[in-house]
Design a binder for this molecule. Structure first.
Ligand code: AVJ
Length: 321
């Protein structure tokens, strides 16, 4: 190998030196059906785009769930109990927890967990300013991995909080495994969990294909992130946002579709995309109320109260463990 070749074609970095995102992209684009895990949407820009999605007219889950908190926070807080440690999985902007925290009887701690570290610290600092007496313990972590809770919580009644139907991003086996682990960590307490419901597919379709194109930008942000962090060469105009409801699987699927035959380089490796080929970027599973209660039971929870809006769009479940 000549020197020139050495410099123009550096060998790809050894796998163990790569970031988790890098490994996921290389692996996901090498698979026969290309895929990327949805958790990588949430860099700083992705977290802001997600907040914008939550404000969209077409995106019913956030406002429906917020209305359920406003209407039933007192009843929810009573079920959760007094002096609890509230542990939120995927806390985002913390806006849902605020409604609950107002209703809770002397909460001992609020532990927001989020993968978007800088965003989480900024949101936690803002919450701390608004509520100086609340013990806010932000944890920048991937909650799908084993995680260590602060030692000081071992004696407290621990209650999980998992709103937004984030559980919908997991397939059945992943959801069951997550709920089992949560039940072990929260033993003696419980969990309040938001679950999106099966409904008219046109409502679902609109929610993931908004007119303003924010969901498309959120989806394509994966490519923007790869271009920035992995020296990738994705042409954003050569990929389309593609989201649809798959009724057999009871899920919304999001994909990025290649609009032409093309090769894209990522970390010095070349990947081919045929015209019409897709990268599967997210699933968002929808449940029936009874179906979800069955899953919770299988995971070792006892399902108790359920709250739902009159149109049956969204549900909140209080589970004991
Ligand atoms: C993060 C699970 C609430 O599945 O609805 C929104 C993410 N993706 N629009 C969902 C999302 C596209 C969202 N959750």
């Amino acid at each position: 190998m000549s020197n020139l070749e050495f410099f123009t074609h550096p060998s790809p970095p050894a796998p163990e030196r790569l970031s988790e995102f890098a490994r996921a992209v290389l692996e996901g684009l090498s698979a026969p059906e290309k895929r990327l895990p949805c958790k990588f949407f949430y860099d700083a820009r992705g977290s802001v785009l997600f907040d914008e999605i939550c404000e969209l007219a077409e995106y019913y889950p956030t406002r429906t769930e917020m209305a359920l908190f406003r209407a039933h926070a007192v009843e929810m807080a009573r079920a959760m109990g007094e002096e609890i440690a509230l542990i939120e999985f995927g806390a985002g902007a913390l806006s849902k927890a605020e409604l609950l925290l107002d209703a809770l009887d002397r909460p001992r701690a609020y532990v927001p967990i989020d993968i978007s570290g800088d965003y989480l610290r900024a949101m936690a600092a803002r919450l701390k300013q608004a509520r100086p007496k609340l013990n806010v313990l932000p944890l920048a972590a991937d909650f799908t991995k084993p995680l260590a809770l602060p030692q000081c919580l071992s004696q407290a009644r621990r209650v999980g909080f998992f709103p937004g139907s984030t559980i919908g991003n997991m397939d059945g086996a992943e959801a069951l495994a997550f709920l089992r682990k949560a039940a072990a960590v929260l033993k003696g307490g419980g969990m309040l969990i938001g679950v999106d419901l099966i409904k008219d597919p046109q409502i679902l379709h609109a929610a993931y294909n908004d007119a303003a194109g924010i969901t498309a930008a959120f989806n394509k942000n994966l490519l923007v992130r790869a271009n920035r962090e992995l020296d990738a060469g994705f042409d954003l105009d050569a990929f389309a946002h593609y989201a649809f409801y798959n009724p057999a699987q009871r899920r919304i699927e999001m994909h990025l579709m290649s609009l032409k035959d093309q090769d894209v380089t990522v970390l010095g490796r070349r990947f081919h995309f045929a015209q019409g080929e897709t990268v599967h970027t997210e699933n968002s599973y929808k449940y029936t109320i009874e179906g979800f209660r069955g899953l919770a039971r299988q995971a070792g929870f006892t399902p108790r109260l359920v709250w739902s809006d009159k149109d049956g769009l969204f549900s909140l479940h209080w589970l004991e463990c």
